[in-house]
Every structure is written in C-alpha cells, then in structure tokens.
Design a protein around this ligand. Structure first.
Ligand SMILES: C[S@@+](CC[C@H](N)C(=O)[O-])C[C@H]1O[C@@H](n2cnc3c(N)ncnc32)[C@H](O)[C@@H]1O
Length: 415
C-alpha cells in the first residue's frame, strides 16, 4: 500500500472494541485492546463447512466466541487465568434452566445485599483503592461480592454469570475513565455514590444484560485453554484450518494493568508483586517487576536476526535516549518472543492453513518500528507463502500509527 493510501485511512471505531459493546456476549466486559468482532467475522468469511479456528492470544475471547457463533470450533489460549475464566464463561452453553436459576439467585443476592446485617468481604488489596471507589461504592461492592459467594455454589454457571455482572458493576461504580487508549481516573472523583444512582439497580441491570447474552447460545463450540503461545504444542492439539488473532502490540501496554480491578476483586491477583510476575510472563509486558527485569535481560543465544530490527534497536538504544537501552531490550524481547510463538505455531497447522494477525506498528523516540513488516519477515523465514500486509485503520492522531492485518498461507514447502 502506498504512503498516500495509508494517510487516507480513518480511525474506524467499528474496527475497535467499541463495536462489541452492544453485540451480546461480546459486550460483557470491555478490554481496550480487544479487537472488533466485525474484523473477525469478515476474516472468517462465509465458509459452510465447520472449521477449526485458533486464536493463540485469547484476550476477551472475541475470536473463539465468534467462531462458535458461526458454527465452527474455536480454540484459544491465553497466559492470563482471569481471561481464561472470562473466555470460558463467554463461550459456554447455558440451558434455559440455568438462565432461570441464575435469575432466581440474582434476586436472592440483591435481597441479601439490602439487609442491614448483610455479610461483607474485605476490600481487595488493590493499591490506592480510594482512588477507585468512593467509600459508599466500596461498601456496596464488598456486600455484593459476599452475597454472590454465599448464594452460589463453587464453579457453578450461576456464579460465573453473576460474577461477570459484578465486574460490569464494579467498573460502573468506579472513578475509572476509559476515554484514552488505556484506563485512567476521572478528575471529579466522588466521595459518595452520585445522586440518583441505586447500586442495586445497577447490578440488576448488569445481570439482565449478561443473561440476555447467555440465553443466545452459540451453535458451535469454544474451548479456552490456559497456555503459553510460545509453546502451543504443550497446550493444544492441532491442526487448525484458520488462525485469527491479535497479539500484544509492541507498545508497552499492560493487560494486567487494565484488568487489575477485575483480577483483584475475583481473587486472581493478591499483590502488586503477583501482577508484575504475571506481566513478565506475558509477551510485551513491562509492569512493575517486569520493567526492572528488562534492565539485565539478555537476548537468547539464537535471537531473531533481521536487518530492519537491528537498525531500529540501535537507534532506540542510542545514548541520547534516556532509558533507550531498556526500551531496546523491551523491543528485542518482544520480537524474540513473537519469533518463538511463530515457530511453535507451525506445529499446529496443516498444509493450506491460513493465518491473520491484527497488529499495530509503534514508535520509540521517533523511531518507527515496522511491526507488520517484521511479522511478514518472520512468516517468510518459516516458509509461509502469499504473505500480505494490509493497513486497515489509523490508530490515533499520530500520523504514522496504523493497524494492519498480516495474512499468510502455510504450505511448509521451504522448511
Ligand atoms: C491484544 S490482546 C488480545 C485481544 C483479543 N483479540 C480480544 O479481542 O480481546 C493480547 C492477549 O495476549 C495475551 N498474551 C500475552 N502473552 C501471551 C503468551 N505468552 N501466551 C498466551 N497469551 C498471551 C494477553 O494476556 C492478552 O490477553
């Protein structure tokens, strides 16, 4: 695509997570880096034969759910146990009886919360919790969380559905604002619940929304597996016909940071240390301890070798750039990890499998990192054919940042 064609691309909200909000189960919880189900549906096409579709970077399970809704088998992996729990809840089948029993349980939960002597859990150990919730909202959430636990049996679908509704409510009652690419706090922080807001009603509406999505059961199946996309063969069994995915971008965005309110409230995180450890496991993670580890990190003995990458790394590491060395390490580790991922991917493909990677480019100190070209180079090195990079949207106001679909066909001929 010419530079001019790039410039005429729009930001296209329909190709972002914003499109998912009103799309049934896809709208249950927001994750800013989630992609739009519209992109996935377009890439899936209108194949009649059921396919085996893989997403090695599950996130909020957009691909697996969309695959299941079109009658295919969607399989997806993620390194984050909270997202695996959410993906399983989103792709499960809920019989009518479960929907009815969840409604009844929801009524019992709201009755229990309204009682004067309602049980309460301890607030989660999230740093600076008072920035997140007013004392009144926090008190309500602690009672609601206790009531859900008391009224639902462990690992039951009723509990999963009500916890998804709880996650929606905790964000609605928070001071978090999502008008940037990542989460921030509103300036007008409240000490009380805003006038006219009945938190019980907020939760009831959230439960209604979740149950409406749950009642729409997908025709196909979704399987969500806890696993590392650098070692896919250890987590899943191929072969897959089609891969549609969006890996972490090389832009230092931390999924743990975005997800921490849910993860603390649901017990998937117990401390800041846990958060940093999990981010270190994730590709592209740099939060907390993950950043300090990058200082001493050294490239593996057989790193990805690529002239474009080497040139970008040298320019980023330049001594004029404060933190240039650590950011060069970040970028190098990101591509070494993605190289490990692509190497493991081929073990779960068959001749003729198609892959589509949705990814954005990045800049560091004004150095443009052509992520899409580097993906294309890695796929080429492994023996993929018909490799194509197509820019699909502008990412934000920075004129050089775009989102691409990198597509290829696995033929295994060059190997
Ligand atoms: C851009 S998000 C995917 C968003 C997803 N397409 C959606 O619509 O929600 C990338 C995901 O990759 C996951 N991830 C990072 N490193 C991973 C690894 N080594 N193995 C598996 N998943 C990983 C992150 O936890 C995150 O959920």
């Amino acid at each position: 695509m010419s530079a001019f064609a790039h410039e005429t691309l729009r930001q296209r909200a329909d190709y972002t997570h914003k499109f998912n909000a009103e799309t049934g189960r896809h709208g249950w919880l927001r994750l800013t880096p989630a992609y739009s189900v519209k992109i996935v549906d377009e890439l899936m096409g209108t194949y009649r034969k059921p396919m085996r579709i893989l997403d090695p970077f599950c996130g909020t399970a957009t691909t697996a759910l969309s695959a299941a809704c079109h009658g295919h088998m969607g399989v997806t992996t993620d390194i984050n146990p909270f997202l695996v729990w959410l993906g399983r809840a989103k792709t499960a089948k809920y019989p009518k009886a479960t929907i009815a029993s969840t409604r009844e349980t929801c009524d019992r939960v709201t009755e229990a919360v309204k009682r004067e002597d309602a049980e309460s859990v301890q607030p989660p150990p999230i740093h600076n919790i008072e920035r997140w919730w007013s004392p009144a909202a926090l008190d309500f959430l602690c009672r609601l969380r206790a009531a859900i636990e008391a009224e639902c049996s462990e690992n039951s679908p009723e509990r999963d559905l009500l916890l998804v509704a709880f996650c929606r409510t905790l964000i609605e009652l928070s001071n978090a604002a999502f008008d940037h690419q990542s989460m921030s706090f509103r300036d007008d922080r409240q000490l009380h619940l805003p006038l006219g807001i009945d938190p019980v009603h907020v939760f009831e509406e959230d439960a209604k929304f979740v149950l409406a999505g749950a009642a729409e059961n997908p025709e196909g199946t979704g399987h969500v597996v806890l696993g590392d996309s650098r070692k896919l063969q250890e987590a899943i069994t191929g072969p897959y016909d089609l891969v549609i995915t969006s890996p972490p971008y090389a832009n230092r965005m931390s999924y743990i940071r975005e997800l921490r309110p849910y993860m603390y409230w649901l017990g998937f995180l117990g401390s800041g240390r846990d958060a940093g450890e999990l981010d270190w496991l994730a590709i592209g993670g740099t939060w907390g301890v993950a950043t300090s580890r990058l200082i001493d990190w050294e490239r593996p003995r057989e790193p990805l070798r690529n002239a474009l990458l080497d040139e970008a790394l040298d320019r980023i590491a330049h001594h004029d750039n404060r933190n240039g060395k650590i950011l060069a390490n970040y970028v190098a580790k990101y591509f070494d990890d993605m190289w490990a991922h692509f190497n493991s991917l081929v073990s779960v493909l068959h001749e003729g499998s198609k892959v589509h990677y949705i990814v954005g480019n990045s800049t560091f100190y004004g150095v443009l990192l052509p992520v899409e070209k580097l993906y294309a180079a890695m796929l080429d090195r492994l023996g993929f054919e018909r490799i194509r990079c197509r820019a699909i949207r502008k990412r934000n106001s920075k004129k050089e940042l775009f989102e691409f679909i990198v597509s290829a066909l696995w033929t295994a001929r060059k190997r």
